[in-house]
Design a protein around this ligand. Structure first.
Ligand code: NAD
Length: 345
């Protein structure tokens, strides 16, 4: 494989392949940039179809963390780790200890944390062999409420910019996915006077949202075509794709999911359709902002985390204004701004 020529390689500073025969650990740790500080990004445990898929995923996610951390104003670079294999079959304390030793060997250039299929309990095991772990219970803890706050403020910024409204009274929002972040976001939107349309694969949560927030419940594939102001993807990535983009009636896309656009071309298509897109890694940075305060030398402080999360409103507003002035898609403008911050570091 022509590794260095891969599009996703994108000048990664370091990529480490780790294995431990005894525990079955196969992991890749990618450090994209430490220009702003030690690289930080979670560890994902996933049963990839092949090694190339795992490598592509970790490289994309790691570069994404560089941009996310830069735009959030954090003194952190971007990195990510993937553990390859079926978590149900492979998970063991010994495997996480082996992973922790691999993280430790990188010597503090990479901090790990939870991501898909990794719990705080797993990270507590990793923490037994390395200090380069964040998002632990009893410290910054669950990032979801901070991600929900940032997403809520991002929706407010988008509504202000696109619809000229200072508040969310009567604004209709379609929320796709009522998990840790999505449900909390719904609570905030409801309290602010928004009208909710929701979907999820979990009917219990849907019933709860209908009762608590008066939310209208729709089928999974009906969520895109709802007559709403805001479409808020809060479930999986790639929900804006060739099949869904033409169904959208919302004039704003603003949600917490990672990698919302299936392909970079969708950024331009949304712009051409007059739909304002709040770039995902800018609006959903609340969680990493909270985690970052566990990595910095000062003791963790939730109030301080909240203050930094609140800046997401202004950061997004800057992206919207710049994109409008330069007649460019918002995703491209956010990428350019992130690259400039990194280049100036
Ligand atoms: P979660 O797993 O708690 O929630 C996801 C929800 O989506 C679940 O309720 C699930 O049932 C639902 N879902 C799954 N498939 C669906 C589908 N096809 N249609 C509708 N709903 C579906 O995850 P979360 O922590 O709430 O994160 C949600 C998204 O936000 C993810 O993309 C995640 O990567 C991203 N994100 C989360 C955080 C965080 O702090 N948790 C931070 C940044 C980004």
């Amino acid at each position: 494989m022509a590794f260095f020529d891969l599009v996703d390689f994108d000048n990664h500073e370091q990529v480490v392949f780790c294995s431990d025969e005894k525990t079955g650990l196969k992991a890749i740790i990618a450090v994209h940039s430490t220009a702003l500080g030690p690289a930080a990004g979670g560890c994902r445990f996933w049963d990839y179809a092949n090694d190339e898929e795992a490598l592509t995923d970790v490289l994309r996610l790691s570069r994404g963390m560089t941009y996310k951390n830069a735009m959030a104003g954090l003194k952190l670079g971007g990195g990510k780790a993937v553990i390859v294999g079926n978590p149900k079959a492979l998970k063991s304390n010994e495997l996480f200890e082996a992973f922790g030793r691999a993280v430790n060997n990188i010597g503090g250039r990479y901090y790990t944390a939870e991501d898909v299929n990794i719990t705080t309990a797993d990270m507590a095991v990793v923490n037994q062999v390395t200090d380069y772990v964040a998002g632990l219970d009893g410290k910054s803890g669950n990032p979801a409420p901070f991600t929900a706050l940032g997403t809520f403020l991002g929706i407010k910024a988008a509504v202000k910019f696109k619809l000229g409204k200072d508040d969310l009274t009567g604004i209709k929002v379609a929320v796709q996915g009522l998990g840790s972040v999505g449900y909390d976001l719904c609570a905030k939107l409801h309290a602010a006077g928004a009208q909710l349309v929701v979907t999820d694969i979990n009917h219990e949560t849907l019933n709860k949202a209908a009762e608590a927030f008066g939310a209208k419940v729709v089928e999974l594939d009906e969520i895109y075509s709802q007559d709403v102001d805001v479409f808020s993807p809060c479930a999986l990535g790639a929900s804006i794709n060739d099949n869904t983009i033409d169904q959208l009636k919302a004039s704003i896309i603003a949600g917490c999911a990672n990698n919302q656009l299936a392909a970079s071309k969708h950024d331009q298509i949304l712009k051409d359709k007059g739909i304002l897109y709040a770039p995902d890694y800018v609006i959903n940075a609340g969680g990493i902002i909270n985690v970052s305060l566990e990595i910095y030398p000062e003791p963790y402080c939730a109030d301080e985390a909240t203050k930094i999360v609140e800046k997401i409103y202004d950061t997004l507003m800057t992206v919207f204004v710049k994109a409008d002035a330069e007649n460019k898609p918002t995703g491209i403008v956010a990428d350019e701004m992130a690259r400039e911050i990194i280049a100036n570091a």
